[in-house]
Ligand binder design. Structure first.
Ligand code: 5GP
Length: 117
């Protein structure tokens, strides 16, 4: 699927839509989800125009995908979630409920999350 430069996360990156950022570095930005599904619900996104979903990742994206997960765990620790635990989620496509076509990872925590499915 072609990348849409007007997707919500692209607009957040350009500050065309305000967001509550909790982390940023040269490659990733993290902000609070506008409709949290847990006491702490953060979204981590690459700054660069990324694949639109996990299904679009290729062998060339192994580094990106690895750094995305490592960075998410670093952010979770910074948010005080490391001791109590947290969940990292990558939604992919319609049945997973993916609504934004810019690769992103959810960090969920801050309380018991219940079973995955
Ligand atoms: P998806 O369902 O695509 O995996 O996740 C997209 C997430 O983006 C959803 O959890 C949704 O609540 C969040 N979201 C959608 N629009 C906005 C927005 O304008 N600002 C913020 N901070 N989050 C948003």
């Amino acid at each position: 699927m072609a990348y849409d430069r007007d997707n919500i996360f692209a607009k957040i990156l350009r500050d065309e839509i305000p967001s509550d950022r909790v982390y940023e570095d040269g490659e990733f930005v993290a902000f609070r989800d506008i409709a949290p599904s847990a006491p702490v619900h953060l979204i981590v996104i690459p700054r660069a125009e990324p694949p639109t979903s996990p299904a679009e990742l290729t062998d060339a994206d192994v580094g990106l995908a690895g750094r995305l997960v490592v960075t998410a765990s670093k952010i979770a620790a910074q948010q005080g979630l490391a001791g109590s635990g947290y969940r990292l989620v990558l939604n992919c496509g319609e049945h997973a409920g993916q609504t934004v076509r810019h690769l992103h990872l959810h960090i969920l925590g801050g309380g018991p999350l219940g079973p995955v499915a």
